[in-house]
Design a protein around this ligand. Sequence first.
Ligand SMILES: Nc1ncnc2c1ncn2[C@@H]1O[C@H](COP(=O)(O)OP(=O)(O)OP(=O)(O)O)[C@@H](O)[C@H]1O
Length: 275
Amino acid sequence: MTDSRLLQSAPAPLLTLMDLVVDIPGRGDGAPLNLDIRAGQCWGILGPNGAGKSTLLHTLAGLRPPRRGTIRLQGQPLGQLPRRRIARLLGMVFQDHQDGFPATVLETALIGRHPYLRPWEMESAEDHQAALKALRQVDLAGMETRLIATLSGGERQRLAIATALTQDPRIFLLDEPTNHLDLHHQVAVLDIVRRAVTEGRSAVLTLHDVNLAARYCDHLLLMYPGGEACWGTTREMLVPNALERLYGQALVTGEVEGVPVFFPRTDLTELSKAD
Ligand SMILES: Nc1ncnc2c1ncn2[C@@H]1O[C@H](COP(=O)(O)OP(=O)(O)OP(=O)(O)O)[C@@H](O)[C@H]1O
């Protein structure tokens, strides 16, 4: 294949991490990250508590500076882009939701349109339609006038996803998007993310469920507590030994519907074998 055909087949990266070291207080630099996140890719970040997954996502969103290295968003250094442009390209869902004001569900979803509005400009009918569609997608239709303080944990999480969908970014940065969600809504939310990726967006999500990562992510970044990291396609990364070392946990492995599955090996696993 000629070089020009190769260039045509690989879309330009949306997000580029060059020699990136996230700034985790009290920790050495570890392995710098060098990877491209392209349209149509869904990256999962796996690692134990405290490995730095959220810090990485916040750094990619431009909310905290890296210790070293560069992040490029559509080829431009992230630090040089105006915040409004970043907000049109990157949508972040945080692990925790800080609700300072008594807003309704619809008002909160409409926050996703703010990067497109001038100061004091009111949301248009199209903005309202976008928010209502996002609320329907996450199963919150009919709850538009409810105050967010009255939502359950899972409903609040789905509202955060709806706000990101209303924002309509090119890249979704999702910190534990399945937090608080029941099994059906975990799958429903990840299906929405997967569909957005298939339509040409990209997603980077932290997950604690290796099995959901195996099903939904095409690339994985494994972050070890000491700062070591490795990344690649999901098929390359889902190696039982590497996952056992990642979590410091012995695993039982198998395969369901052609997808690898991993369960923690526990005393109960040993007891059931003895029965
Ligand atoms: N402001 C801070 N001061 C001191 N330490 C911090 C600060 N912010 C984060 N850390 C530490 O940095 C490390 C990485 O935190 P981070 O939240 O990124 O981990 P994580 O991989 O997302 O963990 P989890 O799976 O528990 O959500 C943790 O050990 C955390 O205690």
